[in-house]
Design a binder for this molecule. Structure first.
Ligand SMILES: [Zn+2]
Ligand SMILES: [Zn+2]
Length: 366
């Protein structure tokens, strides 16, 4: 059920916010007025321009991924700063100020715990993630599917130039930054041959980003011929179905394999096709799946490295935005996001996203 709550006058209060509140698979969304937060030091109130629905939102909505309730889903978003508490600082060291267009990290980090100190702030012991936390009196606007989002201290802020269309910028803080982090962890270098398995939003981004970093060959692998065609437009030098991947990798090598599909067969294949001294980055397997088998002797003798990569750091997010600004594929990225739905039509937006009609479905907040 979707309804728009209104104030005593029947008119939505201009001073309030509106959020699509999720109360679980049995209850769905209600679009409701919410009070504006009082900002503490280091906090930012952002007016959301556009949010895009990511696969993990759909997992939550389907009931596959438990989440505390009620909550405001959505974490891929871009917006304009409306107010700040104290003097929050962006990734470039400059203060965050009202009127500035920003994106923000999916999670907070304390900067002090053991995990933060060893360089994995995305796994901070006290991480709080947008779109994945229960609404509380103190923190109600904690997801992207709302007119406003309350960004708490410990969030990383990255400036987004006005020239970048919101449809291109919104996926930066999940899809693009996740790809940038995985490529960094895999050590992707100029001249590499890169294999990308799974050509949805992350895969197409990975194809384009690998070429941007100077990969000589990018082999894009997907079961869907339409996605393979898209991958070629994003710069893949070869696009093949899973059955042809081994042959393609034999011809061109495979220095880095970015496994983005989460399919267990694709994981096994990634470990089989990776070349000598190559790296397999596992990114797509974000929820439990069937066990996979691999030949340990091949891993040893081929000097294979395997890295897992989940979420990203604020530096990866800054790199993601910089990539989206410099890529020659900006229009192609914009084409992945059809005309946005209004927040009040959240149920239709979710239905479109679930149908797989496009790599990303967007929601605007006007
Ligand atoms: Zn920490
Ligand atoms: Zn996401």
């Amino acid at each position: 059920m979707t309804e728009l709550s209104s104030g005593p006058t029947g008119v939505r209060e201009r001073t309030g916010a509106t959020a699509a509140v999720w109360r679980g698979p049995g209850s769905g969304f209600t679009v409701e007025s919410q009070p504006m937060p009082r900002l503490a030091a280091g906090e930012v109130l952002v007016r959301v321009e556009l949010a895009t629905l990511c696969g993990s939102d759909l997992h939550t909505i389907a009931g596959d991924r438990p989440t505390p309730l009620p909550t405001v889903l959505g974490h891929e978003a871009v917006g304009v700063v409306e107010a700040v508490g104290g003097t929050p600082v962006a990734s470039d060291g400059r203060p965050v100020v009202p009127g500035q267009r920003i994106t923000w990290t999916i999670g907070t980090s304390c900067g002090r715990c053991r995990r933060c100190r060893r360089g994995v702030p995305q796994k901070c012991e006290s991480v709080r993630k947008y779109g994945h936390e229960a609404m509380t009196d103190r923190w109600r606007l904690n997801g992207g599917l709302a007119t406003h989002c309350h960004l708490v201290a410990g969030t990383g802020f990255v400036t987004v130039p006005d020239s970048l269309p919101s449809s291109v910028a919104a996926p930066a803080n999940c899809a693009t930054a996740t790809v940038a982090c995985a490529a960094r962890r895999a050590g992707l270098a100029p001249g590499d041959t890169v294999v990308v398995t799974g050509c949805g939003m992350l895969g197409l981004t990975a194809v384009s980003y690998a070429r941007d970093l100077g990969a000589e060959h990018v082999i894009a692998c997907d079961v869907d011929p339409a996605r393979r065609d898209l991958a070629l437009r994003f710069g893949a030098t070869v696009a093949c179905p899973p059955g042809a991947l081994e042959e393609a990798a034999k011809d061109l090598g495979a220095d880095v394999v970015l496994e983005l599909s989460g399919n267990s067969g694709a994981v096994e294949s990634a470990l089989r096709v990776v070349g000598l001294d190559g790296c397999v980055a596992l990114v797509g397997s974000v929820s439990p799946g069937p066990d996979v088998t691999f030949a340990p002797d091949a891993v040893v003798r081929n000097l294979t490295r395997v890295v897992g990569s989940h979420n990203y750091t604020v530096e990866d997010l800054a790199e993601a935005v910089a990539f989206l600004v410099r890529t020659p594929h900006r229009n192609l990225f914009a084409d992945l996001v059809p005309e946005p739905y209004a927040l009040r039509d959240i149920d239709a937006a979710v239905a479109a996203a679930r149908s797989g009609a496009a790599p990303r479905i967007a929601v605007h907040m006007n």
